[in-house]
Design a protein around this ligand. Structure first.
Ligand SMILES: [Zn+2]
Length: 101
């Protein structure tokens, strides 16, 4: 909730304009913002799970499973459009993959 800069009414971030005076809401957030954020969180979670499974299988000596999960983590890192540290993440995953026998 923010306040309308024009009339001081409380304005939801869902409202493009103030519902009292019609002034534009500078804090307006289109619904896609939420969808993208949720998608992003989903991708992050999938990647983390795949990576962690890979590391776990690797530590158990189950290299085939480890490779499968690390490769899917790598794929998720490739397709993730908003991953800031994508390069570092890919590097980390590749290192794990390279040390697999
Ligand atoms: Zn207003």
């Amino acid at each position: 909730m923010s306040q309308c800069r024009h009339c001081g009414a409380y304005v939801s971030p869902r409202d493009k304009v103030c519902s009292y005076c019609g002034a534009p809401n500078p804090d307006y957030q289109p619904p896609e913002t939420d969808v993208n954020r949720l998608l992003q969180q989903g991708l992050d979670a999938f990647r983390a799970v795949a990576y962690n499974l890979g590391v776990m299988y690797k530590s158990m000596g189950r290299n085939r499973e480890a490779r499968k999960h690390l490769e899917s983590a790598l794929q998720l890192a490739e397709t993730d459009p908003a991953l800031d540290d994508r390069k570092r993440m890919k590097q980390t995953i590749k290192q794990k993959l390279e040390t697999l026998p």
